[in-house]
Design a protein around this ligand. Structure first.
Ligand code: FAD
Length: 464
């Protein structure tokens, strides 16, 4: 016998999408049940994604800055791996614990277990204490995504996904990162700073294939000097797990070869968790890859069922999930809302960081969108030089007729924070003059945004 309850809204998954939706809906007066199959709230982002990776990247940054501060010698860093791990886990614990308190304050009922739809207005949660049937008026699916596995790779603990890499079991002598996307490069940055000889292999002809090549160039150049090896246009065709290490076979236009590593991190993308939820039987469209199709209000083809976050489409980013969650909750509560951002920022937290928002040159060329661009090199920015860095750049794409900002791309330390001004400019319909006439504090990296706009505006000021 299963228990059964009724609720106005049930949310499946307590990641950034799910908890944002649940909290907003509760604030708007709805009765909410939030179902999560894992022990802790927070989803991938808080537990095995954004937050632990950034905690470790901070450690990497401290190690690197200590090694490169002119005139100061700290000596070789002594790494207490257990303490590094504990520091990361403490941050995660604080945030996930905070969510429990926030749910309690709002009277959101949190239920542990895996949810699956049984009919249009019911689902079953299989939890540690048995099954519970929930009858609901509305549902929001926020079940996120999981790492893609390369078929045929051995089931060996030395072959890790991002979750395994974040667990920081040891510091391998030689680490191979398969996939030169943001997750692979962020983890590569961490392990390199902790002492591993890191190799990266990427199938495409550049690192971070989704980003503009000029933004990636300074990072690629720096990593070429730091990593043991970067192989582009190369495929991993197999891994043999042997006693002396992982024997990895590569194939590239130059031929085939085999190399040995202590560990490998597979970071070749993420698969949306839209299948096996019983949705197709209700008439909800789930794509071959596992994305749930939704409209601007994040409504599926079944009017009272919504989907948000990684499971509802690209880009698979936490802030996009949270924003969609709020939209869906507001729509369900009877408000007029739609998910219609002009720009969703993307940030790669490597060193230098890379961030972009709105139109990219790659996209503009693909779509035939007309644009003009202004680039301000950070070698001419005082603040950047005081940080011992000169490789960054700030690029703004403008509409040639209206002179409005269409896209912004930034490479350099802190690019992830600086991109916020670009996002706001795009959302507010700002033009070159708006940015050029905005006074940016001196000396800051934000001046590069104003300077790039001035370059486009034709009124360059030679302040360094
Ligand atoms: P998720 O966070 O995936 O949460 C979904 C939840 O649903 C999970 O807790 C899961 O257990 C639960 N669930 C699944 N199925 C069921 C079910 N049937 N019943 C009940 N519960 C279920 N994004 C950024 O924006 N910035 C970053 O810096 C960043 N760094 C990242 C680093 C790494 C290493 C990784 C892996 C990801 C990173 N991401 C980052 C991506 C980010 O984590 C995701 O975009 C975000 O977590 C998506 O949120 P979500 O709510 O859609 O899903």
């Amino acid at each position: 016998m299963s228990n059964s309850i009724r609720t106005q809204l049930v949310v499946l998954g307590a990641g950034p999408g799910g908890y944002s939706a649940a909290f907003r809906a509760a604030d708007l007066g709805l009765q909410v049940v939030l179902v999560e199959r894992e022990q802790r709230l927070g989803g991938v982002c808080l537990n095995v994604g954004c937050i632990p990776s950034k905690a470790l990247l901070h450690v990497a940054k401290v190690i690197d800055e200590a090694a490169h501060t002119p005139g100061v010698a700290f000596g070789k860093p002594k790494i207490d791996l257990a303490a590094v791990r504990a520091g990361k886990d403490k941050v995660v614990g604080k945030l996930t614990g905070g969510l429990v308190a926030l749910a309690r304050q709002r009277k959101v009922q949190v239920m542990r277990g895996a949810a699956k739809f049984t009919a249009a207005h019911t689902l079953r949660v299989d939890g540690p204490d048995g099954a519970v049937d929930i009858a609901f008026e509305h549902a929001i699916v926020a079940t996120g995504s999981t790492p893609v596995r390369i078929p045929g790779l051995p089931d060996d603990p030395r072959v890790m996904d991002s979750t395994g890499a974040l667990a920081l079991a040891d510091i391998p002598g030689k680490l191979l990162v398969i996939g030169g996307g943001y997750i692979g490069l962020e983890m590569a940055t961490v392990y390199r700073a902790l002492g591993s000889a890191v190799s990266v292999v990427e199938f495409m002809d550049m690192l971070l294939p989704g980003a503009d090549a000029d933004l990636v160039k300074p990072l690629a150049k720096k990593l070429a000097g730091e990593f043991a090896d970067i192989r582009l246009k190369t495929k991993v065709t197999g891994i043999e797990a042997k006693k002396d290490g992982l024997h990895v076979s590569f194939e590239s236009p130059d031929g085939k070869d085999v190399k040995t590593y202590d560990r490998a991190l597979v970071a070749v993308g993420r698969r949306p968790n839209g299948k096996d939820l019983g949705l197709e039987a209700l008439g909800v469209t789930v794509t071959e890859r596992g994305f749930i199709e939704v409209d601007a209000q994040r409504r599926t083809g079944v009017a009272h069922i919504f989907a948000i976050g990684d499971v509802a489409g690209e880009p698979m980013l936490a802030h996009k999930a949270a924003h969609e969650g709020k939209v869906a909750a507001e729509v369900i509560a009877g408000h007029k809302a739609a998910f219609a951002p002009l720009a969703i920022p993307a940030v790669v937290f490597t060193d230098p960081e890379i961030a972009w928002a709105g139109l990219t040159e790659q996209q503009a060329k693909k779509d035939g969108t007309a644009y003009e661009k202004a680039v301000f090199p950070w070698a001419a920015n005082g603040r950047s030089l005081t940080l011992g860095r000169d490789e960054g750049l700030t690029k703004i794409l403008f509409d040639p007729t209206s002179r409005r900002v269409l896209g912004v791309g930034i490479t350099g330390p802190g690019a992830g924070d600086l991109i916020a001004e670009g996002v706001l400019a795009i959302e507010m319909g700002a033009d070159a003059q708006d940015l050029a006439l905005t006074i940016h504090a001196h000396p800051t990296l934000s001046e590069t945004v104003g300077m790039a706009a001035e370059v486009f505006d034709g009124s360059v000021t030679d302040i360094i």
